[in-house]
Design a protein around this ligand. Structure first.
Ligand code: NDP
Ligand code: MG
Length: 331
């Protein structure tokens, strides 16, 4: 099992006198910057002028600057830009300020592992990757909790990189929940696999196929939405609290018998073959090359797919139904 780090393993004093630059005030940026600041760490923020996130950073008491200025001033540079633009911003704004005494940090290993960013050998390179969306990284911290983080020391010429990484993990709340040691390779490949096969890709496709099957068989869209989309959260909450067995304890015996006998017919040997193929595409760098090529070509397919998915009937019926449930904080 991966090594676990808890509160006693990190010391905020290891960040004393150091400045952390958060490059990009988006989902992770706004959360990590505020958590660090609340932990007493000196934080500066880089954001593009005129954007909503620039305004948000100002509202939160920061004075956003350019990535280049922030990289120059900081000891620890945490890159929280979208993965697909990190290499470009790194080359033009950050690389000129790297060197001895600087620590480069990420929350996902894509650009280091696939070598789109090649930091100089005299700089430390670490990763603190919260295993949850940015908004939870902030809200759990405010409640006194935290989101578990993956912690990596990749380059360590200063011999202090691990202490800095653990202090950073502590300052964002990651040690409250327990954080785990890993490598850039393992974090990058498992993260991509998880989001493609289970969390984002697999689950959305499962929900959509279930919804379509009911609607095509003549059932009302409302019923199909509740069964195949809305209730997913209620079931997943049970997994989150007590694993598969707690879900099975909580649902009816009828539901449990259906789960045990029908589940393996939906996710079967063939599905697992597809999963293995997708994992190979991640490991070989095929997925990374495909995604970077898509971005370089102006992301035309990506935008077209986003647009057509937004028109799916489950999105239309969902919007109406969520509007009636005021307590769910519909987006
Ligand atoms: P977001 O897209 O939410 O945020 C990126 C921010 O960077 C945006 O505010 C964007 O501005 C800003 N930005 C873009 N270009 C520049 C620039 N040249 N200078 C300064 N700011 C700029 O990213 P995420 O938080 O989702 O992802 C950041 C990193 O964290 C990624 O590596 C991701 O893999 C990782 N991660 C993300 C998680 C998540 O919860 N989303 C979970 C774990 C890891 P604008 O919006 O105006 O374009
Ligand atoms: Mg992930």
């Amino acid at each position: 099992m991966a090594k676990i780090f808890t509160e006693k393993d990190g010391n905020l004093a290891d960040l004393k006198g150091k400045t952390v630059a958060i490059i990009g005030y988006g989902s992770q940026g706004h959360a990590q910057a505020q958590n660090l600041k609340d932990s007493g760490i000196k934080v500066i923020v880089a954001e593009m002028k005129g954007t909503d996130n620039h305004k948000l950073a100002v509202k939160h008491g920061f004075k956003p600057m350019s990535a280049s200025e922030a990289a120059q001033q900081a000891d620890i540079i945490q890159i929280l830009l979208p993965d697909e633009i990190q290499a470009k911003v790194y080359e033009s704004e950050i690389a000129p300020h790297m060197g001895k005494g600087k620590t480069l940090c990420f929350s996902h290993g894509f650009n280091i592992h696939f070598k789109y960013i090649k930091p100089p050998k005299d700089s430390d390179v670490i990763m603190i990757a919260p295993k949850g969306p940015g908004h939870l990284v902030r809200s759990e911290f405010v409640k006194g909790g935290g989101v578990p983080c993956l912690v990596v020391v990749h380059q360590n010429p200063s011999r202090k990189a691990k202490k800095v990484a653990l202090a950073y993990a502590k300052a964002v709340g990651g040690l409250r929940a327990g954080s785990f040691e890993t490598t850039y390779k393992e974090e990058t490949e498992t993260d991509l696999f998880g989001e493609q096969v289970v969390l984002c890709g697999g689950l959305s496709a499962l929900i959509k196929a279930g919804f379509e099957t009911l609607v095509e068989a003549g059932y009302d869209e409302t019923m199909a939405y509740f069964e195949c989309m809305h209730e997913v959260k209620l079931i997943v909450d049970l997994f989150y609290q007590g694993g598969l067995s707690y879900m099975r304890y909580s649902v009816s015996n009828t539901a449990e018998y259906g789960d045990l006998t029908r589940g393996p017919r939906i996710i079967n040997k063939q599905t697992k073959q597809s999963m293995k193929k997708i994992l190979k595409e991640i490991q070989s760098g095929k997925f990374a090359r495909e995604w970077m090529k898509e971005v370089q070509g102006g992301a035309k397919n990506f935008k077209a797919m986003e647009k057509s998915e937004a028109k799916h009937p489950i999105e239309k019926v969902g919007k109406k139904l969520r509007a009636n449930m005021k307590w769910i904080d519909a987006k």
